[in-house]
Design a protein around this ligand. Structure first.
Ligand code: F0G
Length: 382
């Protein structure tokens, strides 16, 4: 078992020389000088960010060589995913520019976040979603926050190209990551990691869909290095689902398919920027199968106590793959020094998408309400 020292229990805002430890502030207030906002920008915030960096003792011991693995648990943002970091900036800038309607295409989490922040801002929100491909929890979020929900008999990539067409309409703001305000907000996760660890990690692992988050983290690490808050950049390692892996295969996938609906994307908008991050950091892009994703999701829940949605489990599935016989030839994990620090971003909360877990779970054991019967069941299940 890998030992985690007491001083290893890093919270979200320890060891920070740059950001004062103020409770209850969102990413714009925490990192204002790094963001495209001015005094005139109305801050639309739900106190997103400042998510915990959680040590992963069991995963660390699997990696071995005294490496320390941490989870950046983005499922603890207000709408349950990392999208809120970008949405606070995109929504604030949209309101500043006088937008009365925000629009986005989504595999679910962007729409949930856009709907919530639009409600907060008091403006309208419309979301384009691939019909039948959105997890129920995410759909419920879009509805409950009052968004106009439009389902298309098509995939995410087509939804996004329609959003590009809508972007020329007056007073409509696009809040997908093709709007760079989103990436500006999302880069703050890299700042928080450096603030918590006191240095950039050796390796950063994350799932890849539209590839905006990869681009945002890379930008964040580079800006913090440039500002003197760290002395190095991490290797970036991304994982796509095996049948939705355009960057890995270096070609558009017309019909992407995966159980991890959040990353069912065949033509990522930030493809070039993500590739620059993988190449520029001496990292890599690799794939994991749906079976590996579901197995990692369950492993994480039962061994580390964290419940994430399938797409989020792709980063852990990837790291487990890197520690197995099945690792890729250029695996950056093999190149890590002893005692290296590895961060896996867990992008979204498991409660958003419970379908796969419930279809694979045992039923509850029914009992009559007596102590004897319960003890009998407990004896049998030990
Ligand atoms: N994980 C989750 C939970 C996501 O929702 C997404 C993307 C990703 C990973 C991939 O991040 O696109 O920046 O590479 N979700 C988008 C959406 C596409 O519409 O919610 P990415």
């Amino acid at each position: 078992m890998c030992e985690i020292a007491a001083d290893d229990v890093v919270g979200s805002v320890m060891n920070t020389s740059t950001s004062a430890i103020k409770p209850c502030i969102g990413v714009i207030e925490r990192y204002r000088t790094f963001l495209p906002v001015s005094e005139a920008t109305p801050v639309i915030s739900l106190n997103e960010g400042s998510t915990p960096l959680i040590p992963a003792p069991r995963l660390s011991s699997i990696v071995g060589r005294d490496c320390r693995v941490y989870f950046k648990f983005e499922g603890l943002n207000p709408t349950g995913s990392f999208k809120d970091r970008g949405m606070t900036v995109a929504m604030s800038k949209a309101v500043e520019r006088g937008a009365s309607l925000v629009v986005c295409a989504s595999t679910g989490n962007t729409s949930a976040s856009a709907a919530a922040y639009a409600a907060r801002a008091g403006i309208q929100c419309a979301v384009l979603l691939p019909s039948g491909k959105i997890a129920m929890g995410k759909l419920a979020q879009a509805f409950v926050h009052g968004a106009v929900v439009i389902a298309l008999e098509s995939n995410f990539d087509r939804c996004l190209s329609l959003i590009r067409e809508l972007s020329t309409e007056p007073r409509i703001a696009v809040v997908n990551s093709i709007n760079h305000d989103r990436l500006e907000g999302q880069k703050t996760a890299a700042f928080e990691i450096v603030d918590a660890l006191g240095e950039a990690p050796d390796l950063h692992i994350l799932p890849v869909g539209n590839a905006g988050n990869t681009a945002a983290y890379w930008k964040g690490y580079a800006e913090y290095l440039h500002a003197g808050h760290s002395t190095r950049l991490p290797r970036m390692l991304g994982f796509q689902a095996a049948n939705a892996a355009p960057i890995y295969y270096d070609r558009v996938i017309e019909q992407p398919e995966t159980i991890a609906s959040a990353i069912r994307i065949g033509n990522p908008a930030s493809w070039k920027m993500a590739k620059a991050a993988f190449n520029g950091s001496a990292g890599a892009i690799d794939i994991v199968t749906d079976a590996e994703i579901l197995s990692a999701q369950r492993w994480l829940a039962t061994n580390e106590g964290l419940f994430v949605e399938p797409a989020s489990a792709a980063s852990v599935a990837g790291l487990l793959k890197c520690c197995s016989e099945n690792k890729c030839a250029q695996c950056p994990v093999r190149l890590l020094p002893e005692g290296a620090t590895i961060v896996c971003t867990l992008t979204g909360h498991g409660l958003k998408d419970i379908a796969a877990v419930m279809s694979d779970s045992p039923k509850p054991l029914f009992a009559s309400p007596t102590k004897a019967e319960i003890l009998a069941i407990l004896r049998k299940s030990r």
